[in-house]
Design a protein around this ligand. Structure first.
Ligand code: AMP
Ligand code: FES
Ligand code: ZN
Ligand code: ZN
Length: 343
């Protein structure tokens, strides 16, 4: 196996591009894919400030590294979700990365700053943990980006994540979600611009990028996500990708090029009537959805994470996702443990 560029021994194959790369040219390929995404979708311009939401996993640390290397001013934001030891370890990885590079990491802790954590919110509001978590993260990300005057909020969603979300939205024909499934959402009515510069890289590639760059990321998956639908969709797409390399990218980029505009609906914009009385965020009633969740959850007794772990965890131990070309290690030379979710 030889590098497509220099013909030296390759360390990784990228089957959807029918290419193999040595370490140096694989890193260059990753940088080019991010640059292409940023310019093709007008994500970020020179001199703009970005806030990168970092969980300590491979994707968010990779994109923070790539943006800083590309010369952007990018700070990190870590949100403590209170998911037991998993959260403690995520914080350690995010902090170690920032410290080693002299980067600024903002930290917001749901328990310390808002009086609740994800397991407690899940029980108090009878939501599944991932839903309470998603709502909390989105709000905290938005507020921090607006309050800090950042030009864009960056997340580490990669091609696998976006294709899996698209797959789920198509299965249920969730047309409002389809209309908003773009790698850039412009700033509007108190919400920051949101960008996903990793959409041209798969999670196997971001993991390989971290290994080659010496980035120590958290391999472990969120214990609450085990067995959820998003991982099911990823497995299904991975099976297809293995048999037909490139399917995932065709599915997602074909949707962006030929379908997403068809779901635009002028009446389906955010019908924001005013500002939340408590936090000032855009809200449809007196309180925004986050403040309603925070109010109920902070009144409840703290719930330990073990109480809300999905039953699937007992059937399937960590690392036992179904085998597939995309989720497995790239080669014997570079073997990132890349089975984790979007991080
Ligand atoms: P997920 O919601 O776990 O699929 O993660 C999607 C993206 O959200 C990640 O790539 C990160 O950019 C961001 N993210 C997830 N968890 C956190 C966290 N605890 N703190 C900050 N950002 C996070
Ligand atoms: Fe949000 Fe697991 S439920 S990271
Ligand atoms: Zn090479
Ligand atoms: Zn509010």
């Amino acid at each position: 196996m030889k590098c497509r560029v220099c013909r030296l021994p390759a360390v990784i194959d990228v089957r959807r591009h029918n290419a193999n790369f040595c370490a140096e040219h694989f890193l260059r390929y990753c940088r080019q894919q991010v640059e292409r995404a940023i310019s093709a979708f007008d994500m970020l311009s020179e001199g703009e400030r970005a806030l990168v939401a970092v969980s300590g996993g491979k994707d968010s640390l990779a994109i923070w590294d790539l943006l800083v290397e590309a010369g952007f001013e990018a700070d990190g934001l870590y949100v403590g979700l209170g998911i037991g030891e998993y959260s403690d370890r995520s914080a350690d990885h995010a902090r170690a990365f920032a410290e080693a590079r002299g980067l600024r990491l903002l930290e917001i802790d749901l328990r310390d700053d808002h009086g609740y954590d994800v397991p407690t919110a899940a029980v108090a509001t009878k939501r599944v943990p991932c839903s309470a978590c998603g709502l909390s993260k989105r709000h905290v990300f938005d507020r921090a980006a607006i309050d800090g005057g950042y030009d864009a909020l960056v997340t580490g969603h990669n091609l696998d994540d976006e294709a899996a979300v698209l797959y789920g939205n198509v299965l249920r024909w969730q047309t409002d979600y389809l209309a908003r499934q773009r790698p850039v959402l412009p700033a509007e009515q108190g919400f920051p611009r949101k960008i996903k510069p990793l959409v041209r890289l798969s999670e196997r590639e971001t993991a390989a990028y971290c290994v080659l760059q010496g980035i120590d990321y958290l391999v472990e998956e969120c214990p609450m996500a085990v067995g959820n639908k998003h991982l099911l969709y990823k497995d299904a797409l991975n099976d297809m990708e293995q048999k037909s390399p490139g399917s995932k990218a065709e599915f997602y980029f074909g949707f962006l090029a030929r379908a997403v505009d068809r779901f635009d609906n002028p009446d389906s914009g955010r019908s924001v009537l005013g500002a939340c009385h408590r936090c000032g965020s855009p809200a449809e009633s007196d309180l925004c959805a986050f403040c309603r969740l925070a109010e109920r959850s902070s009144r409840a007794d703290p719930v330990p994470v073990e109480f809300v772990l999905p039953k699937a965890r007992h059937r399937r131990r960590r690392g036992e996702r179904s085998p597939s070309a995309e989720a497995g290690p790239p080669t014997a030379t570079v073997s990132p443990q890349s089975n984790g979710p979007a991080t």
